[in-house]
Design a protein around this ligand. Sequence first.
Ligand code: GTP
Length: 403
Amino acid sequence: MLEQCGVSGKLHLVDGYLGIIVIVAVVALLAVGGLFLFFRPKGKGAPTLEAPPRPQAPAGEQPQAPDLGEQQGAATTTLPPPPAEELVKAPEIEVPPPSAGRMVRLRSRLARSQSALGKGLLELLSRDRLDDEVWDEIEETLITADVGVAPTRAIVEDLRTKVKVLGTRTPTEVRGMLREELLAQIAPELDRTIKTRPTGERPAVVLVVGVNGTGKTTTTGKLARALVGDGNKVVLGAADTFRAAAADQLQTWGDRVGAAVVRGPEGGDPASVAFDAVARGIDDKVDTVIVDTAGRLHTKTGLMDELGKVKRVIEKKAVVDEVLLVLDATTGQNGMRQAQVFAEVVNITGIALTKLDGTAKGGIVISVQRELGVPVKLVGLGEGPDDLAPFDPEVFVDALLGD
Ligand SMILES: Nc1nc2c(ncn2[C@@H]2O[C@H](COP(=O)(O)OP(=O)(O)OP(=O)(O)O)[C@@H](O)[C@H]2O)c(=O)[nH]1
């Protein structure tokens, strides 16, 4: 019995050891498995909920507005829903499209200039015999399209020489010759960048000037949209204190894209509003301050002096980087006289040529640059909020000549 007890006692002891060995083995296996899972190399396509790191823009550069194609191709990641508060207070601020490539999109708006100027010249130059009568017609076509007398003479002279050299002309050669000539007259080498980037802590300041009804306020609003679309922060100055509606109009433009609008009392001092707008821009650390001024007749000396004062007062606070003269393309040679007087009072650095849509007088681009020695930087091609485009000479000439 005792012996039996001894044997069974030994058996229990062996069972006990076996049990411990099995437990140790299982624990060891689990530990090795855990270590393997922890240190296993991550595969290429390992799914992750982390957003990829944002590329850092080099110092001083603004991050580019994302390109739509890039957005469409991006992998979808489910983000946690925004807090309920944000959902309720969703801002009604529009995100305008970037400015690049706008002229290509709007080129069909040059249809009237295209048939009057481009196609007219192509047809005349393609004739078998180019006698004096045809050259007179070519001259007339250019003058009617507002190219201006001096540039017209230069173009006709150049074309006569080129035709002599060419002799018989194929349609492709005629087109090439005309394209080259028009482009040369538009001077594609001119610097057309609008200075809207801040310098250190100081925002760029753009002053918008011109006679009544040329489209100053509209152009100021459209430019602000384009800049916001390109990723900039903008403040608008409503220095047109004569017309309350102008400040309201600008306020609407600003509100749509989330740009602050600085305005003053009706009939107040426009220079003081301009000064306050620039001060606000500096405080808010924005990229650009655009100051809209009242429309003024170039013949009214008092008003022109006031414009000079607006610029001088801004200069107490910051540099005026850009003075844009807004010209209505449909006003022709009268617009040219206005431009000259404005240029004497404030140093114009660029021209915004509005209402180029629906006019046959596209040649004004050539004459206004020639007369003022200042490049056309922006063109207005419609009444829509995004119908303002950076001027691109090649796209312009190609639109005139057709494809
Ligand atoms: N078709 C067309 N119309 C334009 C363009 N730019 C401006 N306009 C229109 O021109 C009209 C006058 O524009 P405003 O911006 O009020 O002109 P303004 O120069 O500020 O006028 P004042 O404040 O009176 O001096 C408006 O009806 C605009 O919609 C353009 O590029 N094309």
